[in-house]
Design a protein around this ligand. Sequence first.
Ligand code: NAD
Ligand SMILES: O=S(=O)(O)c1ccc(CO)cc1
Length: 485
Amino acid sequence: MADTVQTFLNYIDGAWVPCLLGSTFDNLNPADTRDVVGRFQASGPADAEAAVQAAQKAFDGWRKLAIGKRAKILNDAASYLEQNVEQFAQELTREEGKQLSQARDEFLRSAQTFRFYATEGQTLGGETYPQDDANMHVFSHREPLGVVTVISPWNFPASIPARKLAPALITGNTVVFKPSSDAPLSGLRLVEALEQAGVPPGVVNCVTGRAGEVGPVITNSQAIRAISFTGSTTAGTQIHRTVHLSTRLQMELGGKNPLIVMEDADLNLAVDLAIKGGFSLTGQACTGTSRILVVPSVKAAFTDKLLTRVSQLKIGNGMAPGMDLGPLATEKQLQTVQRYIDIGKSEARWLCGGERLTGGEFDHGYYLSPAVFTDVKNSMRIAQEEIFGPVLAIIEVADFDDALRQANDSQYGLSASIVTMNPRYMHVFTNEIQAGTVKINRTTTGNLVNAPFGGLKNSSTSTFRESGRAGLEFFTQIKTVYRGI
Ligand SMILES: NC(=O)c1ccc[n+]([C@@H]2O[C@H](COP(=O)([O-])OP(=O)(O)OC[C@H]3O[C@@H](n4cnc5c(N)ncnc54)[C@H](O)[C@@H]3O)[C@@H](O)[C@H]2O)c1
Ligand SMILES: O=S(=O)(O)c1ccc(CO)cc1
């Protein structure tokens, strides 16, 4: 039978090229592993080196190009994503497993991100400083850093790299981009959009392949002036240890995000938020809800309502409309979650789910039913370690202060939410919760492109945020000028 799998190439110095060793890897659809989404370049260090060199060569021309022209490229790339959204969304669903409507939203959000930075990037100015010399003008201005690396995970394979590429490019940096090998195609589509929009050779380079092969060159090289990384705390820690002193780092890492349910909570809302935060994207969002801290007076009613809703959730291929959960994105992720289900059963009280689904289409995908545990202690592994799957842990807390204390008892601090109408709780929660994203009567997931995003503690590096204006600041450095006459 003829091999109909499409092969995708690296993009280096303005050309789509195979990797030097000629090796490839296949990426499978997690909803149906008989479907090979594509064949990708298993690049080695020499390919990564070529990408870095191309980006170095292109930097001077790109930084000097009028910002209006850089903005036009981002806007045109956004149009390209919008024009091709149906095809790209279907590919995203096939490579990652999320629902088609979510994949469509993700590409449209990526286009919106390109447009946002095309405009916002043109407002990034410096400051002037009053001083005593009438014949001198003192001011600051911002310049690009140089060659920057973008490394992204599989769970938002379009929108996360879009949030990094757009601010890097509008401010005049050149980029080496490595998408996740578990969902590389959407990242390549972003690059294709930039190519179609006329980005000059070498300004954006994309190399697919294993982290162990490509990673060291694009993270350790002295030529790399900044790394914007989103992924696990484990990988982030590894990279953090090895980077050069002058390389600026921005890392968005793991989470173990709490949802607090107080005695005055609207329980229907609380259940909605738990379902949406915990199970949408099959629990594979860094800001996903994983711990539910609930006071005794509403615990039973909340749990009953939650279990009813969980029993109604529809699980299936994201290509079919109306599904609530899809497959886990990879076999490895499925196995990780299954391991945590076993751990949960040994340390807490299992209420439902966590079973591998079989029969029909389920036999060909990585499907697991959504799981809920109760009587969980915050010290247990299922309450402390990031699972990254459809697993909720219900933890009883004595009162508001106890909820806050236990919510903060975590190595992570990405997102946190409370369900209450009490203004005192809202106020104290906002001030005392250790999370970079604070939500009140809203799900722990979701964040705006025009607002800063990042976590506290082991959820992020502490120096820089991404998104909004913070994204532009990360990719630029300040020069202070004393201009006399
Ligand atoms: N905080 C956030 O904004 C955010 C958003 C999405 C996902 N995440 C986190 O990402 C994780 C899931 O994604 P994942 O499994 O793709 O993460 P991962 O850390 O395994 O991989 C992320 C990316 O880093 C690359 N990588 C891994 N080790 C590397 C190294 N040593 N050098 C260079 N590159 C390396 C991978 O190939 C991939 O492209 C979860 O922990 C989740 O919380 C965080
Ligand atoms: O760019 S977004 O798609 O809005 C996005 C989604 C998730 C996260 C963290 O998981 C960050 C950004």
